[in-house]
Design a protein around this ligand. Structure first.
Ligand SMILES: [Ca+2]
Ligand SMILES: [Ca+2]
Ligand SMILES: [Ca+2]
Ligand SMILES: [Zn+2]
Length: 508
């Protein structure tokens, strides 16, 4: 018998024997049935708590209490707790083909994860608790030195002078009710910032100002502005979205207390909440500090894990030479950089060990769509009197790292362009890259200021002709030592003037 024949016979034997074809399970792991049978058993428990789903694994009984049960067509989302303690979380969500979830018990510090294997079987495995809740640290002590706290408190991002409600989350606080903030009113995807425990009748407790609470919301909204997801403090908006489809919602609770904030991975799509601790008396600028931390914890809920590296270990501290750090690393070290840029990552920097594509996780695994391109073809630049260009009429958004936004203008005689293009968001992710092309598509000028997030053209002389100004997400250095345009996303505005005879198509 030839070797090839033997192999063929063995494969035939394997495929005819379902038992042998099964994936081998580690000892702390059990097969609890097909996706369909597991869904049915939890549906039965939801209908009647006496038909409880219980599994014994590693000498431990895993059973749950259901608090929220949502089933619609193919989609399932269950949230609850472990049966034995309220100090726990239970999540199970997915579709006809795939379920994912976990039971995390914060008393015993044990965690069990539901995954679906390639044969469509649901596997329950005991896992280290930090696999599910990456930041869990009940022994937390604030170990930042007074110098670090002072440095970070002294500096926080400055608003671009152009930032003024080009979108509802852009620009300084203007007295809005902090209980009704919404970054994308009307979107069916909603992330709810539950500030009810840290406010009373719309007034923040413990000396926090409304302006700081606004900036906390704004910072989180900034880091997700590329997604069609409404980051909101409005509980009615959240409740309506939840009733329509829980799988399109997430929630994080604000708590005024010292502690390390934490959030269960992939808890978006369930009512299992993240927890944002921050003691307003801890010396850090509340709006900025809790905003960065909120963006990070919501990141875990959206499925992103830590960006590890050197220096920093579990939490990479970023690349000071470019004032860049992944938001899923340790953003505290870069908090006082004047031109800081905190972004999503797919592990392109030299010391990266987590190569997960954060944007893909959010948009594919959690199915939250990107926003549509606001400028798919091109727009004419809008000029004011005397050729002025202002940011209330000339702005846009880089929604994806493949996006370019074009703005056209035509001169009938020699002109001079002076233009500054700024990222408009407070906790910005956009490094602005701008190029002026002539009608033959040749580059006339290009700007991406180094270790700076803006672009500018100063006294750029332009002969008569038609031009395109093209805005892209910028990159600096190299992807391994610097940053690529992977997460160079967000709103920009432009301000300046064009002297010379501007053709009427552009006149306001
Ligand atoms: Ca765009
Ligand atoms: Ca575009
Ligand atoms: Ca730059
Ligand atoms: Zn974390």
């Amino acid at each position: 018998m030839s070797t090839r024949k033997t192999l063929t016979i063995l494969l035939a034997a394997l495929s005819s024997s379902p038992a042998m074809a099964q994936e081998i399970q580690p000892a702390n792991s059990i097969d609890i049935g097909t996706v369909e049978s597991v869904k049915k058993s939890f549906a039965a428990q939801h209908a009647n708590a006496r038909s409880m789903v219980a599994h014994s694994i590693a000498g431990k009984l895993v059973a749950t209490k259901i608090t929220d049960y949502f089933e619609k067509g193919d989609a399932l989302s269950i949230s609850g707790t472990a049966l034995e303690t309220e100090n726990s979380t239970f999540v199970l969500k997915g579709s006809k083909k795939k379920l994912y979830g976990y039971v995390v018990n914060y008393d015993t510090m044990r965690a069990f994860e539901f995954t679906t294997n390639s044969s469509g079987k649901v596997i329950l495995t005991e896992v280290p608790i930090k696999k599910i809740v990456p930041d869990l640290d009940p022994e937390f002590r604030d170990t930042r030195s007074e110098e670090m706290i002072a440095a970070a408190a002294a500096v926080h991002p400055k608003y671009s002078p152009m930032a003024n409600r080009q979108a509802v989350h852009i620009g300084p606080y203007k007295g809005e009710d902090i209980r009704t903030l919404q970054s994308k009113p009307g979107s069916p995807w909603v992330f709810y910032l539950n500030i009810s425990q840290v406010t009373s009748n719309g007034v923040p407790l413990n000396g926090v100002t409304k302006e700081q609470m606004y900036r906390a919301w704004q910072s989180i909204a900034d880091q997700y502005s590329m997604l069609n997801m409404n980051v909101t403090t409005n509980v009615s908006v959240y409740n309506a979205a939840k009733a329509a489809n829980i799988l399109r919602t997430g929630v994080i609770n604000f708590v005024n207390r010292d502690g390390r904030s934490y959030a269960p991975l992939h808890s978006f799509g369930t009512t299992s909440a993240g927890t944002l601790f921050r003691n307003p008396a801890s010396g850090f600028d509340y709006g900025y500090g809790i905003g960065m931390t909120g963006a990070h914890e919501v990141g875990h809920q959206m499925g992103a894990n830590h960006d590890r590296g050197t220096p920093g270990g579990e939490y990479f501290q970023g690349i000071p030479a470019y004032q860049w750090c992944p938001i899923m690393g340790n953003y505290w070290y870069g908090a006082s950089w004047a031109n800081q840029l905190f972004t999503w990552s797919k592990g392109e920097y030299a010391s990266a060990t987590n190569f997960e594509d954060d944007l893909k996780i959010m948009t594919v695994e959690e199915s939250v769509p990107y926003r549509a391109d606001d400028n798919p073809t091109s727009k004419p630049i809008v000029f004011g009197t005397g050729g002025t260009i202002d940011a209330q009429a000339n702005f846009g958004q880089i929604e994806r790292n493949t996006d370019t936004d074009s703005f056209t203008f035509t001169l009938s005689s020699l002109g001079t362009l002076n233009l500054r293009i700024d990222p408009l968001e407070y906790l910005r992710m956009l490094d602005v890259d701008a190029t002026v092309y002539n009608s033959s598509n040749a580059v006339v000028a290009h700007s991406n200021l180094g270790v700076h997030r803006s672009a500018e053209f100063v006294n750029l002389s332009l002969p008569a002709g038609s031009y395109r100004l093209v805005i892209r997400g910028g990159a600096e250095g190299t992807p391994s030592n610097g940053f690529s345009n992977y997460s160079s996303l967000g709103y920009y505005g432009m301000k300046g003037s064009l002297s010379g005879s501007v053709v009427a198509a552009n006149a306001r």
